[in-house]
Design a protein around this ligand. Structure first.
Ligand code: XIL
Length: 343
């Protein structure tokens, strides 16, 4: 068989992809995964809301299958994610009719992390321990974690994860890390964890980008800055939207923009025009050029999905658009970008 992407970049960094368990049982998709990727992240099923629907009732079937498949095919597995403000079960932050105390929520967090990380000890290579804890202005994101536990929920989560699997790599993962204030906040977090002897091995820069956002130079600077702190860097959720990309100021943090406006911003709802496909390939090459320049610090580049059909970008930052952000089109045909990145 022809060389895949993971082989092409083997000397430099891992090439990963986000999948669902069902992707792995579909012939064409699983063939693509086997050929091109040596690292896998589960796109959805390892989030708390999916694992522990009712208190104490864990449903591990999807993740067990994913882990077994990954092992059988020699892939490095990333656990995503232990602490997030989204995708939590409804019961998590409540207790009867009274307020949940800090001590009780910490105990739930510890139990969850020891249960999940413990179950996959030695099988999951690294964990996105905490996901998206800061706002663009660099303050802690308002969430039940912050409100009920306080700022040290992050430190505790890393300690719990380390206790559950001392050999696992531990990551802080977020988007918008090219923005100065948010980047500063993550720099301070890494310094704080390190000064307290709490293990953190890498920063995941999500990488939900567009043809123009962000300027490659900003990515270059962000990687240099994180690497200088003695952590590794990965691009953990890469996808490049080809649609008009309203920035955070314009869309607001919660992307509440009406569908009429979304339709105006959805120009390629048929096949992707060849000139745009070429721009997408150029853009991925530009990003890879930055990543290769930092190959000593970048340890993994993970694409957030196999094909455009399932990409979450069809619904973000605006709902119900037809986007074309990934390496494979809606018929699982490799786009021009694949040939370019293999070259
Ligand atoms: C998204 C998945 O892609 C969707 O399928 C799911 O419905 C919601 O979550 N940042 C993250 C990811 O860290 O977990 C998100 O994934 C995308 C944004």
């Amino acid at each position: 068989a022809q060389t895949g992407l993971a082989d092409r970049y083997r000397e430099y960094f891992d090439i990963g992809v986000a999948v669902s368990t069902s992707d792995l049982s579909e012939f064409e998709k699983s063939s693509i995964v086997k050929k091109h990727f040596n690292s896998l992240t589960h796109e959805f099923s390892m989030k708390w809301s999916q694992l522990e629907v009712k208190p104490g009732k864990y449903e591990f079937e999807m993740v067990d299958q994913f882990v077994a498949w990954g092992h059988e095919h020699g892939k490095k597995l990333v656990g995503h994610t232990l602490v997030w403000h989204k995708a939590n079960p409804d019961w998590l932050f409540t207790e009867d009719d009274s307020n949940l105390s800090r001590a009780k929520l910490l105990a739930r967090l510890e139990k969850h992390i020891s249960t999940v990380v413990g179950r996959y000890k030695g099988k999951v290579y690294g964990w996105d321990v905490v996901n998206e804890a800061f706002g663009y202005d660099g303050t802690f994101r308002k969430s039940p974690w912050l409100n009920i536990i306080g700022e040290d929920f992050i430190e505790r989560a890393f300690e719990f994860a380390h206790a559950a699997d001392p050999d696992a790599k531990l990551y802080y993962n977020d988007y918008g890390l090219v923005h100065k204030s948010k980047q500063d906040a993550v720099v301070r977090l890494i310094q704080r964890l390190k000064s307290k002897g709490i293990p953190i091995h890498a920063v995941g820069i999500q990488g939900h980008y567009s043809l123009t956002y962000p300027d490659a130079k900003l990515l270059d600077e962000a990687i240099s800055r994180f690497a200088s702190l003695g952590v590794e860097v990965m691009i953990s959720e890469l996808d490049v939207s080809v649609l008009p990309f309203p920035g955070p100021e314009e869309r607001g943090e919660d992307a509440e923009i009406n569908n009429l406006r979304a339709a105006e911003l959805d120009p390629y709802s048929g096949a992707l025009p060849t000139d745009i496909e070429a721009q997408l390939a150029d853009r991925y090459q530009e990003l890879f050029c930055v990543l290769l320049a930092h190959r000593a610090s970048v340890n993994r580049v993970t694409f957030w999905g196999i094909s455009d059909a399932e990409s979450w970008r069809n619904n973000w930052p605006l709902p119900e658009r037809m986007d074309h952000p990934l390496l494979f089109d809606r018929n699982l045909k490799p786009k021009l970008v694949v040939e370019r990145l293999l070259h």
